[in-house]
Design a binder for this molecule. Structure first.
Ligand code: NAP
Ligand code: MG
Length: 400
């Protein structure tokens, strides 16, 4: 059969360690027999980042903006130990951070729901996607310990020479103080990415904050979302048959737990940090979470939510055969191929992505899994078979 072709390149970003190995196997076993890949290739593996003084990370980010679709393998974020291990010139920044900063995007994390891997909340039959605002608040804070016998103020000076000052508290005894901020521009691009993604996935969007307590700060988030929705997205949402709603964070948590899932849950930076770990754990496994960065201009970058699985890689390097789960990386590829197909109107590419994702789901439903899923697997009359990574991919290819 002729392989599927498409006109515009996908930005392919190779990575590190075990996921670098899985990456080549996924292409060889599941993709290249069916698709003639047209990729703008960037090697984001640590040796190449070091060689190019990390120029390759920024070049990849620019290519994603240009072509609109990228797929990224997990990469090492260097720390002191990695500087030693790889004899690096410098402790380079995380490529994800570089790409996110350049594209100004929002990260959406979504569990891959499969028969046999049951979420801890039995009513959750549909995935819950977390959209976490990745800028500001407590992550860009300024904090102090305050000695007793002090007065604390919030003081702002404006460029025109005027200023504003509010009293925060009188400290009779010792205490703590924290300042945090966000910007209208960042909140607006977060909101835009959320509305764009909800329309793209045809799923309801829930945004939650605490504007009853934080009337100006969280109130600004709520207002920016509402204003944009009313002026630019309401009609499109109604046409798509989806809803946007705002609720208080505590109410939202309770309603998410009682729901059957399926919503995109937009959260401020801290809430998103906490809730994404809760949702990921409740759905089963980090190895079954995908992640997509959506820029306000509509560029998409797909990847797995997990890292380079270093422990497995060291075993692999010693000649051991590992059972590392490739599913989230497979879904990163299918996500990118589907999006390319949509953008370029190549329906065969979208069908191929659907078919491959279904093949993964059916293989797992029939009990073919990797080692990490063994403890989670629950299906009547099925005793799961644990396969190594390559054997798992070969098994999936039989279902394609
Ligand atoms: P990790 O690679 O996600 O792995 C942590 C542990 O989770 C593994 O040792 C393994 O547990 C389990 N695991 C994760 N993914 C798995 C998979 N696909 N199949 C089977 N088990 C899986 O996190 P890490 O060890 O903290 O970080 C390793 C490197 O990845 C670091 O250098 C970090 O900088 C990088 N990282 C990159 C990204 C990214 O590029 N987006 C994200 C996070 C981390 P067992 O060993 O118990 O089997
Ligand atoms: Mg966290």
């Amino acid at each position: 059969m002729a392989r599927i072709t498409y006109p515009t390149p996908i930005v392919e970003m190779q990575g590190d360690e075990m996921t670098r190995i899985l990456w080549d196997w996924i292409k060889e076993i599941l993709i290249e027999p069916h698709v003639e890949l047209n990729c703008a290739y960037f090697d984001l593996g640590l040796p190449e980042r070091d060689k190019t003084d990390d120029g390759v990370s920024l070049a990849a980010a620019k290519a994603i903006e240009r072509y609109g679709v990228g797929v990224k393998c997990a990469t090492i974020t260097p720390n002191a130990q990695r500087v030693e291990e790889y004899k690096l010139k410098k402790m380079w920044k995380s490529p994800n951070g570089t790409i996110r900063a350049y594209l100004d995007g929002t990260v959406f994390r979504e569990p891959i729901v499969c028969e046999g891997i049951a979420p801890y909340i039995p009513t959750w039959t549909k995935p819950i996607t977390i959209a976490r605002h990745a800028f500001g608040d407590v992550y860009k804070n300024c904090e102090m310990r305050i000695a007793g016998g002090s007065d604390a103020f919030l003081h702002v000076t404006n460029d025109d020479g005027s200023d504003a000052c509010e009293s925060i508290a009188r400290f009779e005894g010792g205490g703590v103080l924290q300042g945090q901020y966000n910007t209208d521009a960042s909140i607006e691009s977060f909101a835009r990415s959320c509305f764009t993604y909800a329309l793209d996935r045809k799923r309801d969007l829930w945004f939650a904050a605490k504007d009853t307590i934080s009337k100006i700060y969280d109130g600004t988030f709520r207002n920016i979302f509402e204003k944009l929705y009313e002026s630019e997205y309401k009609e499109k949402f109604e046409k798509a048959g989806i809803r946007y709603e705002y609720s208080l964070i505590d109410d939202s948590v309770a309603r998410v737990i009682r729901s059957d899932g399926g919503m995109i849950w937009a959260l401020k930076n801290y809430d998103g940090d906490v809730m994404s770990d809760m949702v990921a754990t409740a759905f089963g496994s980090l190895a079954m979470m995908t992640s997509v960065l959506v820029s306000p201009s509509g560029a998409y970058e797909y990847e797995a939510a997990h890292g380079t699985v270093t422990r497995h890689y060291y075993r692999y390097r010693n000649g051991e055969i590992t059972s590392t789960n490739p599913v989230a990386t497979v879904f990163a590829w299918t996500g990118a191929l589907r999006k390319r197909g949509e953008k370029d109107s190549v329906s065969a590419l979208c069908d191929f992505a659907d078919k491959t994702e279904n093949a993964v789901r059916r293989a797992i439903a029939d009990g073919f899994i990797t080692g990490d899923l063994k403890a989670l697997y629950r299906k009547e009359n099925v005793t799961p078979t644990v396969l190594d990574s390559r054997a798992f991919l070969k098994k999936v290819s039989e279902y394609q």
